[in-house]
Every structure is written in structure tokens, then in C-alpha cells.
Design a protein around this ligand. Structure first.
Ligand code: NAP
Length: 204
């Protein structure tokens, strides 16, 4: 089954991600975007992407849904679509703040994993492909088992094995503290920007 991708919100972020995924394996016929007004629809239609005013159409017709609206609207949209979301859906929020930091951190982590493998002699394209598959696999396990990440981590950690050595190096490098600080900083910055735009009389 081809991957069907949806966007709730038709702004610059949705457009940028849509162009990116169309340069890969996803076909425009399998992409849908929603927004309350038609003002941003033209450029999506030029890419062959279908448009709708109903967020529910996007969710019911997509496997992967990007919620690409202003941060203050995210909780409302998630509530609105919650009844339609099934185990098969992957919902990604691109809103600034907690979820944005998470998404970008995962990319950074993928890059670092691959670069580590390249350093140890693996060809770059293979290293990036394995890093991506590892992250997809880990994400699916997290979502589908419902287990706490610490539980999944300890399940695969053989005493004296390679994993615990790798984990020790990550703890020495402060990955956990640095990640928590990144989420905190991005969230605070999003709040600051939100207050500035509210002060300027602009709800965007
Ligand atoms: N732009 C960036 O460089 C950037 C970078 C990182 C993160 N982000 C984050 O990404 C998110 C989107 O940013 P953006 O620049 O794409 O914003 P944007 O250009 O203002 O677009 C927001 C979109 O949301 C739509 N929308 C508003 N209410 C909606 C609702 N109830 N249901 C569905 N769609 C709705 C708007 O509809 P209309 O078309 O009708 O107005 C518009 O298409 C923000 O949270 C932002 O913080 C943006």
C-alpha cells in the first residue's frame, strides 16, 4: 500500500514538507491538505495535491498526518481528530515548542548515529539508511507495544553486551540532560514568540 500523507494546515511548513515528500516516493494523488480558508490552496493544487476544508477528510484519508498549524491551535485540533485516529495513524505535530524540538532532535540523532557508523568504516548511504530504519523500528515498537521506553531499552540490554557500553557513552556525553534542555529551551522560545505576536495584535 502506498503511503498516504495528510496535512492539517496549509501554511509554509506544510508546503515545505509536502514539496520534500513529493521529491521522494510519495505521489501527489496520495497527499491531502486541509485549512479553513482557501487562501493557501493554490500552490498545493499546482503540485497536484487535493485540498479540503475538513480536517476529518485528511485524517480518514491518510496514514501519516502532519498537524501544521500555529501552536495554540494544536490541542484543539488533536481533540477534534481524536475520535478518527486509529492505531495505524502516525500523527506528527510540527508546531514550535515541545513537539518541534522532538522532531528535530530525532533527525539530529539519526544523523549522529549514521556519522558514528561512517566513522567506524560503514559507507555513508548504508549508514543513513540503517539509522533511518532503526528509528522507524524503534518508533513502531514504542507506539505498538505501549511499553515505557526505559522498559524497551532494558529488554535489549544484555549484561556486559554492546548496548550497555553504548548507553554508558551516551550518559557520559549528557544526552539525556541535553535533550531535556533542548525541549525546555524550544518551548520557552515558542512562548516568547507567541507573546510577541499577541502583543503585536497578530494571532499568527
Ligand atoms: N514557518 C516556519 O519556518 C516554521 C518553522 C518551524 C516550525 N514552524 C511551526 O509550524 C507551524 C505552522 O507554521 P506555518 O509557518 O506553516 O504557519 P502558517 O503559514 O500561518 O499556516 C498555518 C495554517 O494553519 C491553518 N489553520 C488555521 N486554523 C486551522 C484549523 N482549525 N484547521 C486546519 N488548519 C488550520 C491556516 O489556514 P488558512 O490557510 O486558512 O489561514 C494555515 O494554512 C507553527 O506551529 C510554527 O510554529 C514553522
Amino acid at each position: 500500500m502506498p503511503l498516504r500523507v495528510g496535512f492539517i494546515g496549509a501554511g509554509n511548513m506544510a508546503y515545505g514538507i509536502a514539496k520534500g515528500i513529493l521529491s521522494g516516493d510519495v505521489l501527489p494523488v496520495n497527499v491531502k491538505v486541509s485549512a479553513p480558508s482557501p487562501r493557501n490552496f493554490g500552490r498545493f493544487e499546482e503540485l497536484g495535491i487535493s485540498v479540503t476544508h475538513f480536517n476529518s477528510d485528511v485524517v480518514s484519508g491518510s496514514d501519516l498526518v502532519f498537524v501544521a498549524v500555529k501552536p495554540h491551535l494544536v490541542p484543539e485540533i488533536l481533540r477534534e481528530i481524536s475520535q478518527l485516529v486509529t492505531q495505524k495513524h502516525i500523527i506528527v505535530s510540527v508546531a514550535a515548542g515541545v513537539t518541534l524540538a522532538t522532531l528535530e532532535l530525532v533527525y539530529l540523532f539519526a544523523e549522529a548515529l549514521a556519522e558514528g557508523a561512517v566513522k567506524m568504516g560503514m559507507p555513508s548511504s548504508l549508514a543513513h539508511s540503517i539509522a533511518a530504519q532503526t528509528i522507524v523500528g524503534a518508533g513502531k515498537l514504542l507506539r505498538d507495544t505501549g511499553k515505557h521506553p526505559a522498559q524497551l531499552r532494558s529488554d535489549v540490554c544484555t549484561p556486559g553486551g554492546t548496548t550497555i557500553y553504548g548507553l554508558h557513552a551516551l550518559e557520559q556525553g549528557g544526552l539525556r540532560a541535553a535533550t531535556m534542555s533542548a525541549v525546555e529551551s524550544a518551548t520557552e522560545r515558542a512562548r516568547e514568540l507567541g507573546q510577541k505576536s499577541a502583543g503585536a495584535g497578530n494571532s499568527n
